[in-house]
Design a binder for this molecule. Sequence first.
Ligand SMILES: Nc1ncnc2c1ncn2[C@@H]1O[C@H](COP(=O)(O)OP(=O)(O)OP(=O)(O)O)[C@@H](O)[C@H]1O
Length: 771
Amino acid sequence: MAQLSAKLTELRDRLRPGQREIADWNGGRLAVSAVPGAGKSTGMAVAAAITIAVNQLHQRKQLVVVTFTRSATANIKSKIRNHLKDLGLPAGGFTVQTLHGLAWTIARAYPEFSSIDPEAVLITPNQAHRLIRSTVERWISGNPALYQRLVEGTAFDGEETERLRRQSVLRTEILPAIAATVIHEAKSSGLSPDDLVEQSHFSHDDYQILTIAAGLYEQYQEQLQLNNWIDYDEMILSALRVLENPSIRQRWQEQCFAVFEDEAQDSSPLQTRLLEMLAITPDGEQQNLVRVGDPNQAINSTFTPADPVFFREFCASCQVDDRLAEMHLAGRSSEAIITAANFMLEWTNSLWEQARPLSHDSEIGAKNLPSSNLGALAEPPFRSQLIQIVPADDPQPNANPAPEGTGLEIHTPPDINDSIARIGQRVINLFAANPQGQAAILVRTNDQGKYITKNLRELFADQIEILEVGESDRRSQIPAEMLALLQFIDRPHSPDNLKAALSVLMQRRRIPSQDLNRLAAAPEQFLYPMSIDPQLSEAAKTASRFCKSLLKARMELPTYQLITFLAYTLDYEQTELATADKLSERILQQTRENSLGEMLALLGEIVSSEQFEPVDADGDTDKYTKAQQLTIITMHKAKGLDWDYVFIPFLHENMIPGNPYVPQQVQFLGGFTLAEVARAQIRSTVHNHPIPDLETAWERAGALKTAEEFRLLYVAMTRAKRLLWISAAKQAPFVWSKPENLQERPMCPVIPAMMRQFPQAVVSDDDAVDF
Ligand SMILES: Nc1ncnc2c1ncn2[C@@H]1O[C@H](COP(=O)(O)OP(=O)(O)OP(=O)(O)O)[C@@H](O)[C@H]1O
């Protein structure tokens, strides 16, 4: 016993302040707000092992550890096991699960209370999902007046082709977008369709957007049940339904000693409710709940219902009881990188301050700040929490490593191709000097990653080992792309099928970019135009020829060869072709008659249930950070990872923070996108604020997006250990779907501010040639 106690002390001593507060937790609620690289996961794993040991937890009294992703789950699990092993204890007394995994375990154990069929198929309904499509169709037929009001938009002269165009946009873009956005938003905030109906009485816009949202949500729920599907929110809801039963709840609460949650800033209100319920002690006296997170790394809030506000509120309420620990020390990066990240955080917060209606003019002049839309936010984009370097006696080996050169470099090359060449040459030199070095290029969009990869391969052939993470994302799109093209081949005169096929061809750059709604509104005229029909544009003629070649293949090829043919037609790369072959084989094995109808039905199942693993896809993130490898990855995916050398090119204003964008084809409804407006309205009801009108809601959505984009840049910057290399080329594309059209682009506004603040980091074009 004395030996265990000595080992526990030794383990605790390996922690730094902040981490120790988690390890010293002995009941009740605790919030831990940490900076990037503070060692949240490391601290939580040690704290978990100590808690298990001290409280002698076992199979029937467990510590429940919850993380956000499956790869993080595996990571923490192995850390806890190793600590327990070092302590000479069995690897029991705890479970590590994702929130959804936990909910599913509870729901599946009691089907009679969760009303979940264990055979139900799990789906993630995006806009293109057939569940969303049929939800929209049913809503339209049940709500002709609301639909008609949408068709009329802000002005309508009754012209027939315009009506058809608007109907097509509404059916295939606007309403699916509203459905996909608001249903998830409402559901994971714990609102039912009836709640939304009730809220809709308090909003007074012409389109009655909340009424539309409620109607779509209702239809969606019906369809979900009918098909025996469940979505991720339903899992949480059904677990909550199970726990409503007092005796089952009691049993779970007895079994659960405490809940430790990592990445708490990313949880939705519904998820939090589940954890809070489990964490209540059986006597109902207290909540054994430790939530660890970083509100400044909340980068999912504009496309999921997570909102950093919730975690900030949790921190604030714990602070009142003196139950808030702050982890400011971080050993990941060189000091120059930490200073740059801190500056960026404070600069963004002053931008918000200046944009507030009651800001002081005198300060603005001094800070030389550009204008921004952040003033619509009640809270600053960042929690005011600066990263500090660790003291000399820190337990982390090589903490705050020596910088590579000055640690921070800011480049403004003439154009994006120059940026890519500079990065390539620099990586070759860095890898030659440091055989253990790892590097990454962080991009805002997958289009950028694809462009960089192609150019680096052309410029440096096999001198650099490159891993482009987006490549495997593209592979996972393959079943859906095949389905879209085959549905078109099967029924080419359906406007929906035509539009879906054209979208795939456009995304894969097989046909020029253009407004597809006009083409899809009249498939006959598009495919087989007669002399009396209006002339097609050159771009439309190319698209028409392409589509006809697909139809011709249908006549000439046996069905089982169609997928392979389409894969070549889309100009798939090597691994994409292998994935398409695998898909084709699977369909061949599972279908008997080999008819197109049978093939479509099976492919539809595969797509909606996501049962197909693309070739070489797994969630193992170790392969992203290998030595001597240059990883090209989006800023979102880079969260939680780090590299010695991090390159962030293409920092232009239209990327970060970006502009609130209303696509031309939806502008007949007004200067906003309805899905975002509806979301901002639902958000207000969740926070018990009055429902804003359309314009105010749109402004707020824009401000949230700006704040999140700056947080995303902060996450990206804090991935660097020894070198943070950033650039904004003078010439860049207007849109990345056409990277060859270069023009002068303004920089992301934080770059000039950083150049003023860190003049020693600015690399002039003449110096850059030497790298
Ligand atoms: N007490 C410690 N002793 C030794 N190494 C540590 C300690 N705490 C953290 N580290 C190291 O610091 C690095 C960052 O830790 P970790 O991944 O836990 O940070 P995090 O706060 O979860 O990071 P993120 O910013 O990605 O959220 C890891 O390499 C980890 O091994």
